[in-house]
Design a protein around this ligand. Structure first.
Ligand code: CTP
Length: 149
């Protein structure tokens, strides 16, 4: 018998296959504490290809592209499912864009993007493991250096 670890939702978004340790960071990106409809968060669930995974289900919300881009940086294996009337109507894997604008802060405290009203801009030089290069000061950042705006 197939039993769901976290129950099904009627309408909304399901972010599945999150690397378990990143689940609460994804929850932060999605600002779940301000949701008014049902929110379900599962961690350390069994996954065939990740070993352990996290899952977040948000009733009544369709996640937007900016949120998907942020999630891709934190949980590159995540899958997004859009649910309508209990059916999965759209499913896609998150993808890291080539250019990251206004999402991640440059980690160099002296960078011009941290001192003037210039939007942070980083080029993705490697996707897995993630490596970002600041457009302005050219410093290279790894996953541990990422601070989301
Ligand atoms: N889901 C849900 N509510 C629904 C339908 C689906 O919460 N009404 C969730 C499922 O629990 C699952 C995800 O949405 O976590 C994707 O559903 P589905 O495509 O049916 O599951 P799988 O085939 O297992 O997905 P995948 O192949 O992406 O692992």
């Amino acid at each position: 018998m197939k039993v769901l670890d976290v129950s099904a939702i009627k309408d909304g978004s399901v972010i599945d296959h999150i690397d378990s340790k990143s689940t609460l960071k994804v929850a932060d990106i999605l600002n779940i504490q301000n949701e008014e409809q049902v929110v379900l968060v599962g961690m350390n669930l069994t996954s065939k290809f990740l070993g352990k995974k996290g899952i977040i289900k948000i009733g009544g919300k369709i996640i937007d592209q900016k949120e998907v881009n942020k999630i891709a940086l934190i949980a590159p294996n995540a899958t997004v499912n859009i649910i309508k009337d209990y059916e999965v109507v759209k499913k896609f894997k998150v993808a890291v864009p080539e250019l990251i604008e206004g999402i991640v802060k440059c980690f160099n405290p002296n960078c011009v993007s941290n001192h003037h009203k210039i939007e942070a801009k980083l080029h993705v030089v490697n996707k897995n493991p993630i490596k970002l290069q600041c457009h302005y000061c050219e410093r290279i950042m790894n996953s541990k250096d990422i601070v989301l705006i």
